[in-house]
Design a protein around this ligand. Structure first.
Ligand SMILES: [Zn+2]
Length: 239
């Protein structure tokens, strides 16, 4: 496995808890083997409560804290919050520029994000959150061509000294159609432990743990020796 470990990874997601739910096992495995991982979270999840006494301002503080703690459990050192509005994310040029800035700053080998094409998954039980599609679109547009070609957002070079960067590989987490099954058997407990930090979002932690295990079961592994996996669409850009 050590040969496949990226040096630097940038995970770009819409909400606190997306990274953990969609790809927490993979991040934990990479971190365990020495990858330096940064999460960029576009919104701070300020709509994620049905408590009548909760306000968006209070919720931002709670959810950012939960996300920092969850990232720490995974072995992720830094979380950058872009503080766009939850539920209103759109792949604007402003969002694209924000992501380009982080790509140029962190110079990742791999960028992980969500699938902009998923309105609903194959099992027809869930509609994808529109913010998830928006962050996927904005991130792909940031990777190519904007982060690569210096004349895009030239102000980032002029005002902040950020040079263009080629992020050669993109992992799209839980895509409509995958081309990679990543074995997270050794890291699934870390994934579950990171999700336990999202106390404001998950009412029943034991049920969550059971659900994650059930959903991550590799259908090709024998039941006596269960293996757990996360699915990705991997795009390897030519240099
Ligand atoms: Zn989300």
């Amino acid at each position: 496995m050590a040969d496949d470990i990226p040096k630097r990874v940038l995970g770009v997601f819409a909400h606190p808890d997306d990274a953990e739910f969609f790809a927490g096992g993979t991040f934990a495995c990479w971190a365990k083997h020495g990858a330096e991982i940064t999460f960029v979270v576009a919104t701070s999840g300020d709509k994620g409560s049905s408590d009548p006494d909760m306000t968006s301002e209070k919720l931002v503080k709670i959810r950012e804290e939960e996300e920092r703690n969850a990232a720490k459990v995974l072995g992720v050192k830094e979380v950058v919050f872009l503080r766009h509005t939850d539920g209103e994310l759109f792949p604007t040029l402003e969002l694209r520029r924000d992501i380009v800035r982080q790509i140029r700053l962190k110079k990742p080998d791999i960028v992980v994000t969500l699938d902009p094409t998923v309105f609903f998954w194959k099992e027809n039980q869930r509609i994808n959150h529109p913010d998830h599609r928006a962050i996927g679109a904005a991130t792909l547009e940031a990777v190519f061509p904007a982060a690569r070609d210096r004349l895009n957002f030239l102000e980032l070079e002029r005002d902040e000294g950020l040079e263009s960067h080629k992020a050669l590989t993109v992992y799209i987490a839980r895509p409509y159609e995958h081309n990679l099954k990543f074995d997270i058997t050794d890291c699934i407990e870390t994934k579950i432990a990171s999700l336990r930090e999202h106390k404001s979002q998950i009412p029943d932690m034991d049920e969550m743990a059971e659900h994650i295990k059930e959903r991550s079961l590799d259908p090709e592994a024998p039941l006596e020796f269960p293996r757990y996996v996360e699915y990705f669409r991997v795009i390897r850009l030519r240099g």
